[in-house]
Ligand binder design. Structure first.
Ligand code: NAD
Ligand code: DAU
Length: 409
């Protein structure tokens, strides 16, 4: 059997593919458009692993989706691909509507067509698992109970509105067409391969570079934090045992204010790699708040625990220590992301067949995605305190391959 996942070169998707192959061993077709957030370096551990079949392509490309589904006949589609950064959605919402809404719609339609061709038994066993976010529920007051699966949808950013729209499409495809869907709504992830535009990795890489640590507003916004590998195990549990048509909230039981997160990161760095200039907290800088900034998210994860027996394995203390250590142990990964070199490596994968151990699909549709268009977010985002320190810009982040692409078999 095979599963097809979308967005498997991103932060959570790449952790999931690695985790899946280590724990389940079932082959994976990994479809990813390799936007600025997609990084094949995340998957180097799978070099030479024939169970991983990477396909460079876009979820808005219906003919590519049809072709992949027919060719690989997956027993499940796991949908991670998205534009995922709230700040970018504020500066350039168009890409979020395109991928998160139109892309999810296209994927649902292609999956429905494929699913309709399956024999009864395979049809009943098939699953479409949609990976979503707690942000669709909007903001909580300090004393309000945590989000349950019945919480009203009240998205406040272009990102969360686009994710809410995709959740509604998934729900409708189940109720109208009978597609066997599952949806997970997860809190803030952190861990290896997290792109340093998001709070925790940004604080780590900026601190190590002696740059300011920008905290939006008063820093008292509260998020629930989940170690990414716990998210992976939750998705596996939902895929294996989740009730069709249901949604499952996934969280770490770790509500913390942003300012406390940043101090925790600084203290760990003080311990693990002290700076001659003194404690890293000296770099903390309060900057202008994010427009429409949600004050608090909190996840009630009792349903997934009661029904499926899932609980996070990591505490925040253990997860954040592993995370900081991972960044200290992988300076080259950080340097490649910051310089944009991770994008050049993509070009090498296409043009130097001998150098590639990744299985990059040879499909007609790849040719149409060969010119990796600079995606709107990197090109149009105005530098803010948080993004200014990310080196890839329109000029470095998306070098379109100039040589004709030689698909690697
Ligand atoms: P990410 O931005 O790190 O990765 C997204 C991946 O999707 C990238 O590899 C990118 O190249 C790919 N992609 C983007 N547009 C595409 C398209 N049109 N076609 C094919 N691939 C495309 O995101 P992430 O943090 O790994 O999040 C993965 C999923 O989990 C998203 O759906 C996100 O909404 C959800 N989620 C994330 C978090 C979090 O804390 N990061 C929490 C809850 C839910
Ligand atoms: O809640 C789940 C969501 O978590 C996911 O759906 C999103 O894809 C993911 O990006 C994340 O969204 P957030 O907006 O919560 O993540 P971010 O890391 O951007 O910000 C976390 C908090 O830290 C938020 O309150 C904003 C604040 N922040 C962020 C940055 C980047 C700062 O104070 N300074 C910063 O520089």
């Amino acid at each position: 059997m095979t599963i097809l996942i979308t967005g498997g070169a991103g932060f959570i998707g790449s952790n999931f593919v690695i985790d899946w192959l280590a724990t389940q061993g079932e082959p994976v077709v990994n479809l990813d458009a390799l936007t600025y957030a997609g990084n094949l370096h995340n998957l180097v551990a799978l070099n030479g692993d024939s169970r991983h079949h990477f396909v460079h392509g876009d979820i808005t490309n219906r003919s590519l989706l049809d072709q992949l589904l027919q060719q690989h006949r997956p027993r499940a589609v796991l949908h991670f691909a998205a534009e995922s950064h709230v700040d970018r959605s504020i500066h350039g919402p168009g890409a979020f509507i395109k991928t998160n809404v139109e892309g999810s719609f296209t994927l649902l339609e292609a999956t429905r067509s494929y699913w309709n061709t399956l024999e009864d038994e395979a049809k009943a066993a098939f699953r479409f698992l949609h990976v979503s976010t707690d942000e669709v529920y909007g903001s909580l007051s300090p004393e309000a109970p945590a989000f349950t699966e019945d919480h009203v949808y009240a998205p406040n950013s272009p990102y969360s509105a686009s994710k809410a729209a995709s959740d509604h499409l998934v729900r409708a495809w189940h109720h109208t067409y009978g597609l066997p869907v599952l949806t997970t709504n997860c809190s803030n992830n952190y861990g290896p391969f997290h792109f340093p535009e998001k709070l925790i990795p940004l604080m780590i890489v900026n601190a190590l570079a002696g740059k300011p640590l920008p905290i939006y507003g008063d820093g008292q916004q509260v998020r629930d934090w989940l170690y990414v590998r716990d998210h992976c195990s939750a998705i596996r549990a939902v895929l294996a045992g989740g009730r069709v048509g249901e949604t499952y909230n996934v969280g770490g039981w770790n509500e913390m204010a942003n300012v406390d997160i940043v101090h925790t990161v600084c203290k760990l760095l003080d311990e693990l790699q002290p700076s001659p200039q003194g404690p890293y907290a000296r770099l903390i800088t309060h900057v202008k708040d994010r427009p429409g900034h949600d004050r608090r998210y909190a996840i009630d994860a009792r349903k997934i625990e009661t029904e499926l027996g899932w609980r996070p394995a990591e505490t925040f203390d253990s997860g954040i220590r592993k995370t900081v250590q991972w960044y200290l142990d992988h300076p080259q990964w950080v340097a490649n992301v910051q310089s944009g070199a991770y994008r050049e490596w993509l070009e090498e994968q296409y043009t130097t067949a001998a150098g590639s151990n990744l299985s990059i699909a040879s499909t007609a549709s790849i040719a149409s995605t060969a010119s990796i268009a600079p995606t709107a977010p990197t090109a149009s985002i105005a530098p803010t305190a948080s993004t200014a320190s990310i080196a890839p810009t329109a000029s470095t982040a998306s070098p379109a391959p100039t040589a004709p692409i030689t698909p690697v078999a």
